[in-house]
Design a protein around this ligand. Structure first.
Ligand SMILES: [Zn+2]
Length: 468
């Protein structure tokens, strides 16, 4: 279990790093001492917005989703079923109307879209089925940065004991009414603010049938060349009220070696120890920083693997297309309450019912998501083409990068950690430069560079690629 309670950037008892804390960093012609600053400060406006996230609203939304009986992707979606309020079609129409209502409340600040396609028969799709993802786009207010996108998602489809059963109830309160409610509540609250970059609030279908909805959406984003910087997938964040539940933490799963790595990437990763520096892993670390900066009431517990044993999720669809994506899931799942027909057997209650969901917990997870989305959408783009110069054998380390595209930058920071450390341990401001020489050997630590905005916001850090 990887769970870090200690404050970040504590000096560690490592000779090389100790040297760094007393050493001098050369930045062009000027020098400054290492401050080893704490990671993030909270933005008061974001902190205030987080207070608007409501457990009551989340409860109402989850109960509404459950009221559709089943949200199986292969359940009815004809007009009569929609009118009767049963099946995935009715759920889809309701989600769409919720997003539209939030958009109306912010003067049309969001565009509500659907991504609908016909899924041909597959292992868990008996006949050609229309699958519809529903999403709201809150366009960034800065013309140059509006192309950058951060995204939150949950799956609104559900299932019971049998993937093909569309007649019995499949309440899906936790899996994944909770994640759907996180997307909705983030949309409602963040739509009252303005951000330079774009935020997309997504809900997908087809997850339980084989990640079909997210696969289609991620491929669409890839084919269209979207500048999608980060994806937060919330799946089973209901904080099931079982005895051994830990309501103070939420797991954040992230891939290590990228699913989409090329052979060349893999050679570099093997050679230089890059197994724990995928974009998704950096996003997980960023979420840990956000969790320390804002009082959200739940601690991200980073799990350094793609997902749980035997399980998958929609973040993987994005990873497959080369996007940075992580998964949030409650600390301990109760498997009696997932993928089960609602029933009682030998005194055990089965089924994914609202009464097992801790709505305050979902609200805390939603706050962590909203703080992450707001931070990334306020921050400058990460620096481009970050390089570590390896022309000569030397004990200093020179890093170069191209200015963070599209403005918003005040300065850059070099961060680093011991190769054995899970999280960034040191941060050094290097001013508004595009090169920095660190009095620290690249052989001993892992470096990255991030952009810092005019306020407190940091971009995701970028690990350099060697350049001879
Ligand atoms: Zn799920």
């Amino acid at each position: 279990m990887l769970y870090f309670r200690k404050a970040i950037y504590r000096p560690v008892a490592d000779a090389a790093l100790l040297l760094a804390t007393i050493g001098v960093v050369t930045i062009g012609s000027s020098t400054q001492s290492d401050k080893s600053e704490p990671a993030f400060a909270a933005d008061p406006q974001i902190a205030a917005a987080l207070q608007q996230i409501s457990a009551q609203r989340i409860q109402a939304n989850i109960e509404k989703l459950v009221s559709f009986g089943t949200r199986s992707t292969i359940s009815p979606q004809d007009p009569a079923s929609i009118a009767a309020g049963r099946g995935i079609g009715a759920a889809r129409e309701w989600i769409k109307s919720e997003f539209e209502r939030y958009s109306k409340d912010c003067g049309g600040c969001m565009e509500v879209n659907t991504d609908a396609f016909t899924q041909e028969p597959a292992e868990r799709i008996p006949k050609a089925t229309e699958i519809t993802n529903v999403y709201a786009v809150m366009k960034g207010t800065d013309a140059a940065n509006a192309k950058r996108i951060v995204l939150v998602t949950g799956h609104y489809d559900s299932r019971n004991s049998d993937t093909f059963n569309v007649s019995d109830d499949a309440p899906g309160a936790n899996d994944d009414g909770s994640g759907t409610a996180v997307s909705l509540e983030c949309a409602r609250v963040l739509s009252k603010m303005k951000f330079p970059a774009t935020i997309i609030f997504l809900t997908v279908a087809g997850e339980e049938q084989g990640l079909n909805g997210s696969h289609h959406f991620a491929k669409m984003a890839k084919d269209a060349g979207w500048d999608l910087e980060a994806v937060l997938n919330n799946d089973i964040v209901g904080g099931d009220k079982s005895a051994e539940q830990d309501h103070s933490v939420v797991r954040v799963f992230s891939e290590g070696v990228p699913t989409a790595a090329t052979e060349q990437d893999l050679r570099r990763i093997r050679g230089l120890g890059g197994e724990s520096d995928s974009g998704s892993r950096e996003l997980a670390r960023y979420i840990a920083d956000v969790g320390r900066a804002y009082e959200v009431g739940v601690k991200p517990m980073l799990v350094f693997r793609l997902d749980r044993f035997l399980r998958g999720g929609d973040h993987y669809s994005f990873n497959q297309q080369g996007f940075t994506a992580v998964r949030f899931t409650e600390y301990r799942e109760d498997f009696h309450h997932q993928h089960q027909n609602v029933r009682t057997e030998n005194g055990i209650e089965y089924g994914d019912l609202p009464k097992f969901v801790d709505y305050d917990y979902v609200a805390r997870v939603a706050r962590l998501n909203a703080a992450t989305l707001a931070s990334l959408a306020s921050a400058p783009a990460p620096p481009a083409n970050v390089r570590i110069l390896t022309k000569n054998l030397e004990n200093d380390t020179t890093l170069t990068w191209e200015a963070s595209p599209r403005g918003l930058v005040a300065e850059y920071e070099v961060v680093w950690r011991a190769t054995t450390s899970p999280q960034w341990e040191h941060a050094q401001s290097v001013g508004n430069a595009t090169t920095a020489t660190m009095k620290l050997s690249k052989d001993n630590v892992i470096f990255a560079v991030r952009a810092v905005g005019r306020a407190v916001h940091r971009s995701l850090p970028v690990v350099p690629v060697p350049e001879r």
